[in-house]
Design a protein around this ligand. Sequence first.
Ligand SMILES: [Zn+2]
Length: 229
Amino acid sequence: MKVVLALLGVLVLAAGQAWHLGWRPPAQWNPLAPLDVSQPPNWLTGFKLKRLRDDPALCQQALQSSQLRYRAQADSPASAKCPLSNVWRIEGGQARLSSSFLASCPLAVAYALFERHGLQPVAQRVLGQPVVQVDHLGSFACRNVYNRKAGRLSQHASANALDIAGFRLRDGQRIVLARDWQGSGDKAVFLREVRQAACEHFSTVLGPEYNAAHRDHFHVDMGRWQVCR
Ligand SMILES: [Zn+2]
């Protein structure tokens, strides 16, 4: 144990000295470097994603490293019931979208990571073809959680959440959560793996197993809660 600690100490000192002399680890291993969506995620990715939340410039750098097509969206006036700032209109990724959606910058970056390193690899592995369209039910909605009159605002109220309802494959097949979640066929296996992949990139993922309100979609958001149900 003592030997290990001593070795660790020497390593930390050596790294500190190297840093002092101007050496920097490759960007994907440098906790302070911007998140690069094209790089395979590692144990620093979650930390880097969290750092984006409060740093619009850093978040925009990460967004630029993605394959998303997006447009800037003007901030809404602060007097709006659900004011939006630093929000983007996402028009497509590797797969097209059933319609464009508004996204906070962290949601957009998480979506890009999820699509590139989760959704598409899972589709190739389980179904042997890529997803060419993501069908969704929308992102921004100025409302409380579950549309209740009282309570806290939904993550949808800040365009920090997206509801994904299904996928279309290259050969034209459709995968619909409401229909294909049950069962043990390829489509059900695919959907379960997609949920798992989503949990690696979004803060909160709620699906059909969570409750009846999520019977037909995956709710994914970048709020403070870490939930995967
Ligand atoms: Zn939702």
